[in-house]
Write a protein that binds this ligand. Structure first.
Ligand code: ZN
Length: 204
């Protein structure tokens, strides 16, 4: 579903194990709501004026000197420009910038036989709706994902701590297309005991 830039607040429902794309004008906001709780939201973004400039998680880590997102920081592009700023966090505060999106290859590597929905496939399905066709699926910001790092450098992926209705709010620094996927992972309990929907609210 493509939601064009508008001054009228818009709500987009993302069913479990699927995704959506929305377009934000500069200064507009995106609220990502975890409707039932314990659901990871993968976020990808690209400049609406240059589809070769997308949100880079490695560049964001380098620009912010942080492994995990925090309120007040921006998410930077492959051109080292801020695309989005993390304005408000109404969740327990655990988010991830270390893990790749789940993919058919990941599920195969986990010995899952047969078809499994994935954030990578759902990203492609949404991104083509704004004519975004990157050669590789970018690494996402994984909101609500809990991946604590230990002092020895190891890390784990634990069930998300979010409660029903928890949310994060981002502000667009420039016009951007944003893809959000409700993570499909159900072989590990990062999404609690089952995958659930998300809701997006877009507006001024
Ligand atoms: Zn996923």
């Amino acid at each position: 579903m493509v939601v064009p830039t508008s001054d009228v607040p818009t709500t987009v429902e993302i069913p479990a194990q699927s995704g959506a794309v929305v377009t934000l004008a500069a200064g507009h906001r995106l609220k990502i709501i975890d409707i039932e709780g314990s659901q990871v939201a993968d976020l990808f973004a690209v400049s609406a004026s240059d589809l070769d400039e997308w949100l880079s998680v490695p560049v964001t880590r380098a620009c912010t000197w942080r492994l995990f997102p925090a309120v007040g920081q921006s998410f930077f592009s492959t051109a080292y420009r801020p695309l989005l700023t993390f304005e408000r966090d109404d969740s327990p505060g655990a988010h991830d910038m270390l893990e790749p999106p789940c993919s058919a290859e990941m599920y195969r590597a986990m010995a899952y036989a047969g078809y499994h929905p994935s954030c990578s496939e759902n990203f492609r399905t949404a991104a083509v709706q704004v004519d975004w066709h990157p050669q590789s699926v970018p690494d996402p910001v994984n909101f609500f994902q809990r991946s604590p790092v230990e002092a020895d450098g190891s890390f784990t992926a634990l069930p998300a701590l979010t409660s029903p209705g928890d949310s994060v709010t981002l502000r667009a620094e420039t016009a951007v297309h944003v893809v959000v996927t409700a993570c499909s992972m159900d072989l590990e309990p990062i999404n609690g005991d089952h995958c659930t929907p998300l809701r997006l609210e877009v507006g001024p």
